[in-house]
Design a protein around this ligand. Structure first.
Ligand code: PLP
Length: 395
């Protein structure tokens, strides 16, 4: 077999590409003992020893009492709505990843979109009441970019109208407000451990439950509704996390403090470097005590020389793969845009944010040199060191 030597084949590259995220992985050697354990005990799923251990370790790290881990965040969201028997209409945000609203459609629930707050980009509590009808049964807010929603205001409305609150906390791993983990809010909170998130188990998710009884019910639902080997109490689903993912999660938790502190450093450097760039606004915290720096969103303002989309393409030409989270809005996708609440006149703040947002690369291994290259490319958009093509040549 020919020994691979690719150095002849690789064309000259002016730079290496940088993506919005790079999953944080521990040294492979550290995972091998976990695999050896699985290979010797032959337990691959169904609430094995790593599953139990991971749930306990998560509760400790997150500062919550009861966690049910899942195969992914979307199945966890769908199951959370099932567990609370949510039906009819649910109030939610158009400014999120599409799985938020899809979880409603999978339950036969009608999403009702309500506009967001222009500072936090989270569901605006002041606009919720006007959207409540006799069919409304719950509110499904999202802690967008890990910034906490105004849960006091949302819970007050929910209490007044007897509504449940399910928080999509897929971005909010490890976030705390003055009272502790923000996952304690609402009736249930749902996490995602997808590869793209701050904390990953390759694929994975969890529901944070307020009490042991609710967790037991959810544990049954994620295992086809089985309570023992001959009794099925509900039309459950298969939402179980495998021993492979659970073992990996236990190992990842040992590295999360380092990953979070690196993200914080990167966030600080971006804010310093971008402070002099006219027309670029960095999103601010929403009053949290501990943030997770899951994203680095910037807003392209009117006094920036070019539009967000031209900047986006100019960065791509420099192999900087920033992402437009969240564009398009969920309410603009074909399965939602016919809903009365999806009309763009109903959602002016979300429409505006979606047209100006750009999420810059942020992950523990991102170097300062790379951050400087990214900010240089934003400071001088269209400036491409070894091509004549500026932004005018793009279209
Ligand atoms: C990632 C994400 C989900 C879905 O989680 P998966 O684990 O990928 O299924 C749901 N909601 C939001 C806001 C997300 O970012």
């Amino acid at each position: 077999m020919r020994k691979a030597n690719y150095s002849y084949d690789v064309p000259f590259q002016k730079s290496s590409p940088v993506y919005v995220n790079q999953p944080h992985l521990p040294p492979l050697a550290e995972f091998v003992p976990y695999l050896e354990k699985i290979w010797s005990n032959k337990i691959l799923s169904n609430g094995g020893p790593f599953h139990q251990q991971f749930e306990k370790a998560l509760c400790e790290f997150l500062g919550v009492e009861h966690v049910a881990i899942f195969s992914n965040g979307t199945i966890a969201l769908i199951t959370a709505l099932q567990a609370l028997r949510i039906t009819g209409e649910v109030i939610t945000t158009p400014y999120s990843f599409v799985a938020t609203a899809h979880s409603l459609l999978w339950n036969g629930i009608k999403p009702v979109f309500v506009d967001i707050d222009q500072n936090t980009l989270n569901l605006d509590p002041a606009k919720i009441e006007a959207a409540i009808t006799p069919q409304t049964t719950a509110i499904l807010p999202v802690h967008c970019y890990g910034h906490p929603c105004d849960m006091e205001a949302i819970q007050t409305i929910a209490d007044n109208y007897n509504l449940k609150v399910i928080c999509d906390a897929a971005h909010a791993f490890g976030v705390q407000d003055q009272g502790g983990s923000i996952l304690r809010h609402g009736d249930l909170s749902v996490l995602s451990f997808h590869a793209s998130k701050v904390f990953n188990t390759f694929e994975g998710g969890a529901i944070v439950c307020p009490d042991a009884k609710t967790k037991r019910h959810i544990d049954h639902l994620k295992n086809f509704g089985y309570v023992d080997d001959v009794t099925v109490v509900a039309p459950g689903i298969n939402g179980k996390m495998s021993e492979f993912n659970a073992a990996f999660g236990i190992l990842q938790l040992q590295h999360i403090d380092h990953a979070l502190s690196r993200r914080k450093e990167i966030d600080t450097i971006y804010r310093q470097l971008l402070s002099n760039v006219k027309g670029i606004r960095c999103l601010q915290d929403a009053g949290e005590k501990i943030h997770n720096y899951a994203f680095f969103p910037i807003l392209v303002e009117a006094d920036y020389p070019i539009s967000r989309d031209v900047l986006y393409r100019s960065l791509h030409d420099n192999e900087i793969y920033a992402r437009r989270y969240f564009y398009p809005l969920i309410s603009d996708f074909p399965m939602y845009r016919g809903l009365p609440s999806a009309h763009r006149n109903n959602l002016p703040v979300a429409v505006d944010a979606s047209s100006r947002i750009l999420c810059l690369p942020i992950y523990p291994a991102l170097s300062r040199e790379m951050q400087e290259r990214i900010v240089d490319a934003i400071s001088e958009p269209g400036h491409d060191s070894d091509s004549q093509q500026g932004v005018d040549g793009l279209f």
